[in-house]
Design a protein around this ligand. Structure first.
Ligand SMILES: NC(=O)c1ccc[n+]([C@@H]2O[C@H](COP(=O)([O-])OP(=O)(O)OC[C@H]3O[C@@H](n4cnc5c(N)ncnc54)[C@H](O)[C@@H]3O)[C@@H](O)[C@H]2O)c1
Length: 336
C-alpha cells in the first residue's frame, strides 16, 4: 500500500499519451517525476504538461529509477510486453494501454512474470470506467435485471484508418471489437463459443491488409445468455457506440446519443450534434480509469482490469478472429 504521493514514470508521450498526461496532471496525490519517449521532443512536451522533473529517451532508467512507484505506458502496442516486463521486474506497479501484445503467448509470458513479481497491473479498457457502463455493472451485480438473457454491442468508428495501420492492427476483431468483447465479459461473464462473419464493404483496399471492414459475431456465454456484436470501420453519422444488456426483469442501454446537450428545433425538423471519436466520447472514462488505478494502489487492492483479465479478453478476440477466418463455430478454450 502506498501512503504518500505516488511517483510516476510516464512512457510514450504520443497521441494517447498526451491525453493521459493531462489527466495525471489533474490528479491529487499523483506526481509524474519523469516522462520518457523514444523521441526527446515528445518527452519534453510531456514533461511540460506534467510539470515533471525530468524528460529522457533512456526508457530503462526511467522505469527502474528508485524514486518511482508506478509506471504508466502509452507507447505503440509492439513495445507494451517488454515494457510491462521491465516494470514488473523492477517491482513497479504498471498501468498500460491495451493490448498487452498481439499474440496470446506473449501476453501469457508477461502475465507469468507479473504473477511471479507480485506487482499490480491495469490495462486500458477504459469503457469499463465510462459512467454509464460502470453504473450498468453495478445494477447487473445488484440483481436488478434478474437473470441476464441477451447482450448486444455495436461499434462503428468514424473513418477508416490508413491501410498501412490495418496491416499491423491484428484485424478488426482484435483491434476494434475487442472493446465490445471486453464489455461482454465485464457485464455478462465468460464466453463459451463464438461464430463470426466478416465482409469488405467500405473500401476494397482493406483486403490488401488481409482484413475485413465490417464484421458480426455471435456469442454463447457460459451462463447461458446469448450475444451479438457488430463492428464497422466507417460511420458517416459520427462515432457510433451502443450496448444493451437485457435480463428477466429489465434492460440497460448504454449510448452517447449526442455530444452537446442541445437540440435545435426548426422548420425542417430538429438537430443535435454527435461525438467525433473515442477521445471525446470516452473523455471521462480515460480520466476515471487512471483515478481507479491510483485509488487501488493506495487502498492496497488489485486494480481492474488487470493483465490476467486482459489475457482472457484477448483470447476471446482471437477466437472471434479464428471463427471468421475458418468460417466455423469456435470454442474460446480452443485458443491457447
Ligand atoms: N484505449 C483506447 O481507446 C486507445 C485508443 C487509441 C490508442 N490506444 C493505444 O495506445 C497506444 C499508443 O497509441 P498512440 O496512438 O498514442 O501512438 P503514437 O504513435 O501517437 O504515440 C506513441 C509514442 O510512443 C513513442 N515511442 C515509440 N516507441 C517507443 C519506445 N520503444 N519506447 C518509448 N517510447 C516510444 C513515440 O515516439 C510516441 O511519442 C497503442 O498501444 C494503442 O493501441 C488505445
Amino acid at each position: 500500500m502506498i501512503k504518500n504521493d505516488i511517483r510516476v514514470a510516464f512512457i510514450g508521450a504520443g497521441r494517447m499519451g498526451v491525453t493521459h498526461i493531462k489527466n495525471l496532471a489533474g490528479l491529487a496525490g499523483v506526481h509524474v517525476r519523469v516522462v520518457a519517449d523514444a523521441l526527446l521532443a515528445n518527452a519534453e512536451r510531456g514533461q511540460a504538461i506534467a510539470r515533471a522533473e525530468r524528460a529522457t529517451t533512456d526508457i530503462e532508467a526511467a522505469i527502474t529509477a528508485s524514486d518511482i512507484d508506478a509506471v504508466v505506458i502509452s507507447t505503440p502496442t509492439n513495445t507494451h510486453a517488454s515494457l510491462i516486463e521491465k516494470a514488473a521486474r523492477a517491482q513497479k506497479a504498471v498501468w498500460c494501454e491495451k493490448p498487452v501484445a498481439m499474440t496470446l503467448a506473449e501476453t501469457q509470458h508477461v502475465a507469468n512474470v507479473v504473477r511471479a513479481m507480485g506487482v499490480s497491473t491495469q490495462l486500458g479498457f477504459m469503457r469499463r470506467y465510462d459512467p454509464g457502463y460502470a453504473a450498468a455493472k453495478r445494477k447487473i451485480e445488484s440483481g436488478e435485471l434478474g437473470r441476464i438473457e441477451a447482450f448486444r454491442a455495436l461499434g462503428r468508428d468514424t473513418r477508416l484508418p490508413p491501410i498501412e495501420y490495418l496491416k499491423t492492427s491484428g484485424g478488426i476483431f482484435l483491434d476494434m471489437a475487442v472493446h465490445d468483447l471486453d464489455l461482454a465479459r465485464f457485464l455478462v461473464g465468460e464466453v463459451d463459443e463464438v461464430a463470426a462473419w466478416g465482409a469488405v464493404l467500405i473500401d476494397r483496399r482493406v483486403s490488401e491488409a488481409d482484413d475485413v471492414d465490417t464484421g458480426v459475431a455471435m456469442l454463447r456465454f457460459a451462463n447461458g445468455a446469448l450475444g451479438t456484436i457488430e463492428t464497422a470501420r466507417r460511420s458517416e453519422w459520427g462515432y457510433d457506440i451502443r450496448t444493451e444488456v437485457a435480463g428477466a426483469k429489465g434492460k440497460l442501454v448504454m449510448e452517447g446519443y449526442q455530444k452537446t446537450p442541445l437540440i435545435h428545433s426548426h422548420s425542417g425538423g430538429f438537430h443535435g450534434d454527435h461525438f467525433e471519436l473515442f477521445p471525446d466520447r470516452f473523455e471521462a472514462a480515460y480520466r476515471l480509469e487512471l483515478v481507479a488505478f491510483f485509488d487501488a494502489l493506495r487502498a492496497g487492492t488489485q486494480p481492474m482490469p488487470d493483465i490476467f483479465d486482459a489475457l482472457e479478453t484477448q483470447r476471446l478476440a482471437l477466437a472471434v478472429t479464428k471463427s471468421w477466418r475458418e468460417d466455423r463455430v469456435v470454442k474460446v478454450r480452443e485458443v491457447t
